[in-house]
Design a binder for this molecule. Structure first.
Ligand code: NDP
Ligand code: OXD
Length: 310
């Protein structure tokens, strides 16, 4: 069995090879190179692969995406329509995302950001105690990652709701499903967390009409994709006071250009797409397990439904 790795942007290809070789000792492993001959790979493991991969490697039985979001892979024009696309399912990402969101939530709900602003002035001012019931959290997307985020905020006593495409039941979480339920979900949400996949239905969802349905002074945390957010609408909502702040991990253009207005905006916190990193050992173990299942004719799990885009 032949495995081809095409992990754009990761200079440590050798470590991926070693990790896969440990998990799949009988596999042949190649690394993609623009000018190599076809290797007739059975499986490709990719992150933002070059379009030429799918025209050169025509015997692939499945492609594994080493991330949860497959928007980058699905947009490769040469990706065959019938090639199974398999994504990472959690693989150590959801706990990182829960940490990230809790940190961003506590910055505002526990006034840590405000205390940091007081520090340079030597200002010993104790701010009002946090009333958790006033810090309603709403999570857009209740999948592998969003569910863990919602459970984490709920476990600290923040009234938490989640929104998904199909109805979900999660203990301790108020759940909403479908576009008809979105207004009610937004109306009760003071801290909005976006963990949706990027699809035709969710692109540009974080825009003026949605912001207008949140309570005034709401906070937005975007850890989904940059293309979910209409940037000018965010700036306008902050300017008008409809939103009080935003914590952003993902951007339409990454890296976020140094001159971008978000970097220096006092109400925006920027992190460089780091909310939940792909962990090599966990990812390789998961993909190797899926390959073994495929090789024995079983369902691998995590196969993307191409029609719905996630
Ligand atoms: P899943 O596929 O497990 O979950 C997706 C969730 O979104 C599901 O609950 C799904 O609903 C819901 N959803 C999808 N489309 C719609 C829609 N049109 N309306 C309402 N709900 C919808 O994905 P993951 O949780 O694994 O990952 C989610 C995204 O998080 C990734 O696609 C990626 O973009 C982002 N991500 C970002 C990272 C970062 O570092 N910033 C790291 C990891 C992920 P249903 O349950 O009904 O199917
Ligand atoms: C992912 C990501 O989708 O890192 O996994 O954004």
């Amino acid at each position: 069995m032949h495995l081809l790795l095409a992990i754009t942007g990761d200079p440590k290809a050798q470590r991926w090879i070693e990790a896969f070789q440990r998990q799949l000792p009988d596999a042949r492993i190649s690394v993609w190179s623009d000018d190599a001959e076809p290797v007739d790979a059975d499986y490709a493991v990719v992150w933002h692969p070059p379009a030429a991969l799918f025209t050169r490697e025509t015997r692939l039985r499945a492609v594994f995406n080493i991330g949860a979001g497959v928007d980058g892979l699905l947009s490769v024009p040469t990706l065959p329509a019938d090639l199974p696309v398999i994504r990472l399912e959690d693989a150590g990402m959801s706990v990182q995302m829960a940490e990230y969101v809790l940190h961003a939530l506590w910055e505002v709900s526990r006034d840590f950001a405000a205390y940091r602003r007081q520090e340079p002035e030597g200002n010993w001012k104790v701010l009002p105690v946090t009333r958790r019931e006033q810090w309603t959290v709403g999570v857009l997307g209740l999948g592998q990652v969003g569910r863990r985020v919602a459970e984490a905020t709920a476990s600290f006593g923040y009234p938490t709701a989640g929104w998904s495409r199909t109805p979900r039941e999660i203990a301790g979480i108020e759940t909403f499903a479908g576009s008809d339920a979105l207004p009610a979900f937004l109306a009760r949400t003071r801290v909005l967390v976006n963990v949706l996949p990027l699809t035709d239905d969710t692109r540009d969802i974080l825009a003026a009409p949605l912001f207008a349905q949140l309570p005034q002074g709401a906070h937005v945390i975007n850890v989904g994709r940059g293309q979910h957010l209409v940037e000018d609408d965010l700036l306008a909502a902050l300017e008008s006071g409809q939103l009080a702040g935003a914590t952003l991990d993902v951007f339409r253009t990454e890296p976020l250009p140094a001159e971008h207005a978000f970097w220096r905006h006092p109400a925006i916190t920027v992190t460089p797409h780091t909310a939940a990193r792909t962990l090599r050992a966990e990812s390789v173990a998961q993909i190797a397990g899926k390959i073994r299942r495929l090789e024995s004719g079983e369902d691998a799990g995590g196969q993307v439904e191409r029609g719905r885009g996630y």
